[in-house]
Design a protein around this ligand. Structure first.
Ligand SMILES: NC(=O)c1ccc[n+]([C@@H]2O[C@H](COP(=O)([O-])OP(=O)(O)OC[C@H]3O[C@@H](n4cnc5c(N)ncnc54)[C@H](O)[C@@H]3O)[C@@H](O)[C@H]2O)c1
Length: 396
C-alpha cells in the first residue's frame, strides 16, 4: 500500500501500515481454511444499527450452508424500566425492545452480555458500536479471539491519536492483529429494519474472496451490497458525512431552504473527498459515487439523527448543548457527528489545514459555541485555499 501522506512532504504517515499488512498477510494464509468450513458469526454491538445488522445476518446464516446458524450478539447490558435485563428480554422475545422495538431479529440470534464469551468461538466478527467505545472493547478482546478471525466494521468515526488519525478498522487491525473490512452505505437502520430497499458498500484491502464472503453474509433482496477495494475511502465517507449532516441540520433549523442545503451538501462532499485523499493517497474517486459516498451523504442530510439534532440546536440559537439535546431526543442512541467534527478539527489544526476545510472547521466551531449556527453559510462559502498544498488540483 502506498504511503498516504505525499502532500505534506516528510510528515509521518497517519496510520501504522505495517501492522495492517501483517494482518492482511495472516488473513490470506488463513483464507483457504476460512472458506472451507461453516463460519461462526458474532456481532459486537446491539444498538439500532447493530440490531438491524443482526436481523440481516441471521436470515442469511439460516439460509446459507457455509455459515453456522447461530448468531451471537454481544449486548452492553442495561436494566430496563421494567427491572428486566435487556439481554433476557432479547432472548425471550427475540426483539431488542430498547433500540429496535417491534422488529423480530431471528430466533437464531442469541444475546450475550459477556464479551469474552460472545466472541470465543467466532471466526467472523462484526463490530457495530458507537465509535467512542471501540478502544475499550478492543483492549478487552486482546488475546481473547481465535487466530483465524476475520472482522468487519460498520462503525462510523475515527480516533485521533498523537501520531495522527486512526480509522476504526485500523484500530481493530492494530490492536487485535486481524484483517478488518468495512461496510458503509445509505443505511438509516429503521428503514432497513422494515425491509425497504437500499444499498451498501463493503470496502476491502486485498482479499476479494473474503470481501465476497461478507457480501454474502449481508446481502438480501432488499439490501444490495457491492465490494470495492478501498477500505479507507469507504470508511472515511461513512465517517465524514456525519459532519456534513450537522451542517445540513443547521441550515434546516435556520429555515434557509433547499438550495442552501444542496450547496452545503456539495461543499461538504468536496471537503470529504479532499480530506480523504490528503490522508490516504490510495482513496479512489469512484468510491464517492458508491452507496457509501454520495448516497449516504444524501440520506444522512435528509433523514439522519445528526441532521435532526443539529436542526434543534440551530432552532434554539445554539443555547441548548448537543449533550442535552442528544439525551432528550435520542433515547440512549448516540450522535457521532459532534465527536467526529471535533476529531476532524483536531487533525486540521494539527496539520495546518484549517483554511482548506471551511465547512468542517465551521461545524465544529458552531458545535462548541464559538460561532453562531448562521456562520454555516458565511464561513462555508469561503474558497478553500488548496494552493497552500503542492499539486492542489488532485484534492478538489
Ligand atoms: N443507526 C443507524 O441508522 C446507523 C446506520 C449506519 C451506521 N451506524 C453506525 O453504527 C454504529 C453503532 O450505532 P447504533 O445505531 O447501532 O447504536 P445506537 O446509537 O443506537 O446505540 C448505542 C449503543 O451503545 C451501547 N453502549 C452504551 N454505553 C456503552 C458502553 N459504555 N460501552 C459499549 N457500548 C455502550 C448501547 O447499549 C447501545 O447498544 C455507529 O458507529 C453508527 O454511526 C448507525
Amino acid at each position: 500500500m502506498a504511503p498516504a501522506f505525499e502532500a505534506q512532504g516528510g510528515a509521518p504517515p497517519p496510520q501504522a501500515e505495517p501492522v495492517q499488512e501483517q494482518a492482511a498477510a495472516a488473513a490470506s494464509q488463513n483464507n483457504a481454511h476460512f472458506s472451507n468450513y461453516e463460519s461462526k458469526v458474532t456481532i459486537v454491538g446491539s444498538g439500532n444499527w447493530g440490531s438491524v445488522a443482526s436481523k440481516l445476518i441471521a436470515s442469511n446464516t439460516l439460509r446459507l450452508s457455509s455459515f453456522h446458524d447461530e448468531v451471537r450478539m454481544w449486548v452492553f447490558e442495561e436494566i430496563l424500566p421494567s427491572g428486566e435485563k435487556l439481554t433476557d428480554v432479547i432472548n425471550s422475545t427475540n426483539e431488542n425492545v430498547k433500540y429496535l422495538p417491534g422488529i423480530k431479529l431471528g430466533k437464531n440470534v442469541v444475546a450475550d452480555p459477556d464479551l469474552e464469551n460472545a466472541v470465543k468461538d467466532a471466526n467472523m466478527l462484526v463490530f457495530v458500536t458507537p465509535h467512542q467505545f471501540m478502544e475499550g472493547i478492543c483492549r478487552k478482546l486482546v488475546g481473547k479471539i481465535n487466530g483465524d478471525v476475520q472482522a468487519i466494521s460498520l462503525i462510523k468515526g475515527m480516533e485521533v491519536k498523537m501520531e495522527g488519525p486512526c480509522m476504526i478498522s485500523s484500530l481493530i487491525s492494530e490492536q487485535l492483529g486481524i484483517n478488518c473490512c468495512v461496510l458503509m452505505g445509505a443505511n438509516i437502520a429503521n428503514e432497513i429494519a422494515t425491509e425497504k430497499f437500499s444499498e451498501a458498500t463493503v470496502g476491502y484491502r486485498e482479499n476479494r474472496e473474503i470481501a465476497e464472503k461478507w457480501v454474502q453474509l449481508f446481502s438480501t433482496p432488499y439490501f444490495l451490497v457491492t465490494a470495492v477495494q478501498d477500505v479507507e475511502g469507504v470508511e472515511l465517507c461513512g465517517t465524514l458525512k456525519n459532519v456534513v449532516a450537522l451542517a445540513a441540520g443547521f441550515v434546516d433549523g435556520l429555515e434557509m431552504g433547499n438550495n442552501t442545503k444542496a450547496a452545503i451538501m456539495r461543499i461538504g462532499l468536496r471537503e470529504m473527498k479532499a480530506f480523504s485523499k490528503l490522508l490516504f493517497s490510495s482513496v479512489k474517486d469512484t468510491t464517492f459515487f458508491e452507496s457509501c459516498g454520495v448516497a449516504d451523504l444524501i440520506t444522512t442530510c435528509l433523514g439522519g439523527r445528526n441532521r435532526k439534532v443539529a436542526e434543534a440546536f440551530a432552532k434554539n440559537g445554539g443555547k441548548r448543548s448537543f449533550d442535552k439535546l442528544e439525551a432528550e431526543m435520542l433515547q440512549g442512541q448516540k450522535l457521532q457527528g459532534v465527536s467526529t467534527a471535533r476529531e476532524v478539527y483536531e487533525v486540521l489544526g494539527h496539520r495546518g489545514w484549517l483554511e482548506l476545510f471551511p465547512l468542517f472547521a465551521t461545524v465544529h466551531e458552531i458545535c462548541i459555541g464559538r460561532l453562531p449556527p448562521s456562520a454555516i453559510v458565511e464561513h462555508s462559502e469561503r474558497k478553500p485555499r488548496f494552493e497552500l498544498l503542492d499539486g492542489s488540483t488532485q484534492y478538489c
